[in-house]
Design a protein around this ligand. Structure first.
Ligand SMILES: [Ca+2]
Ligand SMILES: [Ca+2]
Ligand SMILES: [Ca+2]
Ligand SMILES: [Ca+2]
Length: 507
């Protein structure tokens, strides 16, 4: 059996071809779309023995295919772009016959990105949930997908968090990402939604206040406004939003994200003549360098105390995490070779020296707005590494939930950082660990369906409480010192799953 024949037995094959045919709209009415599909897909032949015609197989495009032909991504096509005198040739969706691995694209347009490609569980890659030709076009933006599975190899999960092609609406934006904006000529410019790179969307670091002016998107007469925000992977873990808001029913909306990542914002406006209009766009929240962000919830739920502590090991050494048995804050127990709650926050515990790995400090505006902002302001700069949020779990923390983070703004190229979580005290919990490099999410460990359960701590001791060695992060820094990306290697136990130990101080 040839590979093409075997493809004919897949439900994907005719759908894939349909996308291509739908786009290949042309002016000449040589053949109806149905005739063309039946001929090319081989539906005139009996059953599954029909020959599969690969998408790149030459066939006549001098055929009439209605522009409203259905396809997997609802890409509008053809003469619609000509309406109203705005001549525009839609882009080729570039759907192919086979899926290619490692590009974050749905090459065969079956709504699955890099399916059957294999990946390292817990790692995250950028992806685009739309036809390949629409990536980066119009309103469309990449999302991310997480490698799911607990063994040595996993499979890429759904591509979420980006902006996919949607039905064209009157907003001066190319919603269906076919290269033509508002091709139905229904717009007077009353609504102007922002796409990627629009200067009306500010860039932001965690804890920056993001100010959005609805009247810059809809300057007309509005009866009411409302805004919605959706955050990243911790949004479904902790019981409070990973952002605070103000003005959610006014034209001027403000929100303050507490974590890195893409926040999806939707503005709704009701016009005085009773129409409901909306814009949906991404606000990319990113700090420089390496950002490790931990969130968790006790398995017993809201109200319980559960204290996890994040540790980031100094790069280029593999010295032990602890020097002795005992409470981690006791002198000689937690060593100075990691950044952690005791030696990396504005206030130092037990007269410990501040974590210092020879990295330059950062200007104060990179750290002065978080919960540790007043402390850094007192110091006068942003040390690297540093902790901005030390989630204690001593009581429910309504402002931030259960969060902890470590930042290294300007790591050096090729440095490798090991991330560890210490199960300090309280009941068992479900942690989720996110690693961002240069603003890109590159790993999410512990997210459903691969939930991790830490057993709960006793006395915050080096020897009796659980240590989760989570991942190694190898950073990539360009010639100008900007962190561009990283490779994250999750650390797994023999046979798969997270590696938990007790009383083992080794790297
Ligand atoms: Ca695919
Ligand atoms: Ca692909
Ligand atoms: Ca539009
Ligand atoms: Ca369009």
């Amino acid at each position: 059996m040839t590979s093409q024949r075997s493809l004919a037995h897949s439900w994907l094959a005719p759908l894939t071809l349909g996308v291509s045919l739908a786009w290949l709209a042309a002016s000449c009415a040589c053949e109806t779309r149905e005739e063309l599909v039946r001929r090319d897909v081989g539906l005139d032949a009996p059953g599954l023995d029909a020959p599969f015609v690969a998408e790149d197989t030459p066939f006549s495009i001098d055929a009439a295919i209605p522009s409203d032909a259905s396809n997997m991504y609802a890409i509008e096509s053809g003469p619609g772009c000509e309406v109203g005198g705005r001549a525009c040739t839609p882009i080729d969706p570039s759907c192919g016959a086979v899926e290619l691995c490692g590009d974050g694209l749905d090459n065969d347009c079956n709504r699955l990105v890099d399916e059957h490609c294999g990946c390292m569980p817990g790692t995250v890659q950028s992806c685009f949930a739309g036809p390949p030709g629409s990536r980066g076009v119009g309103a469309c933006s990449d999302g991310t997908q997480r490698c799911e599975g607990a063994g040595e190899f996993g499979e890429w999960g759904a591509c979420t968090g980006g902006i996919s092609p949607s039905a064209e609406t009157c907003d001066l934006l190319d919603n269906d990402c076919n290269g033509c904006a508002d091709e139905h000529d229904c717009c007077g410019g009353e609504l102007s939604c922002p796409g990627p790179g629009d200067p009306r969307i500010p860039s932001a670091r965690p804890f920056d206040e993001v100010v959005l002016d609805g009247t810059s998107f809809f300057p007309g007469a509005a009866a009411s406004w409302s805004w919605e925000v959706e955050g990243g992977p911790c949004e479904s873990v902790i019981p409070v939003p990973t952002f605070s808001t103000s003005g959610a029913t006014s034209s001027s909306f403000r929100f303050t994200p507490t974590l890195s990542g893409d926040y999806t914002v939707t503005m709704h406006v009701r016009t005085t003549d009773g129409r409901d209009l909306s814009c949906t766009f991404l606000v990319h929240v990113a700090g420089e360098g390496l950002r490790v962000e931990l969130c968790w919830l006790p398995t017993t739920g809201v109200g319980a105390s559960s204290d996890l502590d994040l540790y980031l090991h100094e790069p280029d050494t593999t010295t032990p995490w602890f020097g002795a048995s005992g409470n981690v804050v006791s002198p000689g127990v937690t060593l100075g070779n990691s950044c952690n709650w005791a030696n990396c926050a504005p206030g130092l515990r037990s007269s410990l020296p501040r974590a210092s790995w020879g990295l330059a400090t950062s200007p104060l505006d990179r750290c002065d707005r978080g919960p540790a902002g007043p402390g850094w302001t007192g110091i006068g700069n942003c040390p690297n590494p540093r902790i901005d949020v030390d989630g204690h779990g001593s009581s429910f923390e309504p402002l931030h939930g259960f969060l902890e983070n470590i930042n290294v703004d300007d790591p050096r190229d090729g440095q490798s950082f090991r991330v560890m979580v210490h199960d300090c005290s309280g009941p068992s919990s479900h942690p989720v660990l996110n690693v961002y490099c240069g603003g890109f999410l590159r790993a999410t460990l512990g997210a459903a369906p691969d939930t991790i359960t830490l057993p709960g701590g006793g006395s915050c001791a080096s020897d009796t409480d659980t240590v989760w060695r989570a991942a190694d992060v190898l950073v990539h820094v360009d010639g100008s010192g900007v962190t561009t990306d990283c490779d994250v290697t999750p650390i797994t136990a023999t046979g798969g799953g997270p590696r938990f130990t007790r009383g083992d101080f080794a790297y």
